[in-house]
Ligand binder design. Structure first.
Ligand SMILES: NC(=O)c1ccc[n+]([C@@H]2O[C@H](COP(=O)([O-])OP(=O)(O)OC[C@H]3O[C@@H](n4cnc5c(N)ncnc54)[C@H](OP(=O)(O)O)[C@@H]3O)[C@@H](O)[C@H]2O)c1
Length: 274
């Protein structure tokens, strides 16, 4: 790993045996496990006494992930659907009910980011509804339905968030920041109630991660992004420790800097938008 990346993202190592123990006889549900971080996490959860339930839109990839997990001796099942559509959550929740699946760990990972000037969004109201549907409404609806079971089993919810919700406003990211931020606030509000009922509620605030999500923005190629494997390890650490939240150490340095140098930062971000 290049020097700067090592400093920004010190390695978090979690042994397979600890993860296997934490997931023993449990069902882990991972949204958005056809690609990227969710997929790596699903494949990492391939243990003989763990059920892995994954969902996403791309059936071919989901099938492949299940085959890999099952070949490793694990037990995997997939569900295909677009979480922006109400019928997907309903059909998925019906499946869980009909098959008597009780979820112990829910990793809210499916997400979409958009980087676009508000002036380029004038005819794109759907940018805002789609991000809200996926990044806010879908996980809220899933959690509401899973809550009785998660409470009974003293389970865990891990929210895969972004450092963007920790910072003051960031130009060009309004759809993403608002939708991730809405879920962040909602999750923060319900967390004390969940904790009282024995449900762990953790946030993983990720920086840029080298997945297909950031691939369309060539500018990001030069930035020291985190590897998806590291992001996956951080999530496994949260599963093992149950009480572990993550944000890169440098967010507490960057946050006041953005605040102090707001004007030049905003100007540079906007001027550099193309
Ligand atoms: N990459 C980053 O720089 C970064 C930074 C901070 C936070 N995060 C967060 O990390 C999480 C994982 O992102 P990633 O980087 O691994 O991105 P990714 O490789 O694009 O994976 C996103 C996953 O979400 C699924 N998904 C997207 N839209 C969906 C929809 N409408 N319905 C159901 N599933 C959907 C995708 O599957 P299908 O396409 O098959 O549906 C895919 O499995 C996201 O919540 C993201 O906001 C990422």
């Amino acid at each position: 790993m290049p020097f700067l990346q090592r400093i920004l993202y010190p390695n978090v190592k979690v042994s397979d045996s600890k993860l296997e123990k934490a997931l023993l006889n449990k069902t882990i549900l991972i949204s958005g496990a056809s690609f990227g971080i969710g997929r790596l996490l699903a494949e990492k959860s391939a243990f003989p006494n763990t059920n892995v339930l994954i969902l996403g839109r791309t059936e071919e990839q989901l099938k492949e992930v299940c085959t890999i997990i099952n070949q490793k001796g694990g037990n995997a099942q997939y569900f295909v659907g677009d979480l922006r559509e109400k019928k997907t959550t309903k059909e998925f929740l019906d499946l869980i009910k009909n098959q008597n699946i009780s979820v112990d760990v829910f990793v809210n990972n499916a997400g979409k980011s958009i980087r676009r000037s508000v002036y380029d969004s004038i005819d794109r109201f759907h940018d805002f509804t789609r991000t809200m549907d996926l990044n806010y409404y879908a996980p809220v609806e899933l959690i509401l339905s899973l809550l009785p079971c998660l409470s009974k089993k003293k389970g865990q919810i891990i929210n895969i968030s972004s450092i963007i919700v920790l910072f003051p406003s960031i130009p060009l990211w309004s759809a993403y920041q608002a939708s991730k931020g809405a879920f962040h606030i909602w999750f923060k509000s319900i967390k004390p109630e969940l904790n009282l009922r024995g449900v762990a509620a953790n946030n993983i605030y990720l920086p840029l991660v080298k997945t297909r999500m950031i691939a369309p923005t060539q500018k990001f190629d030069k930035l020291p992004a985190m590897n998806p494997e590291q992001a996956m390890q951080i999530i496994t650490n949260s599963i093992v420790k149950r009480n572990y939240n993550y944000k890169p150490w440098w967010t507490m340095v960057v946050k006041p800097l953005i605040f102090i140098f707001k004007r030049p930062f905003y100007k540079a971000t906007i001027m550099n938008s193309k």
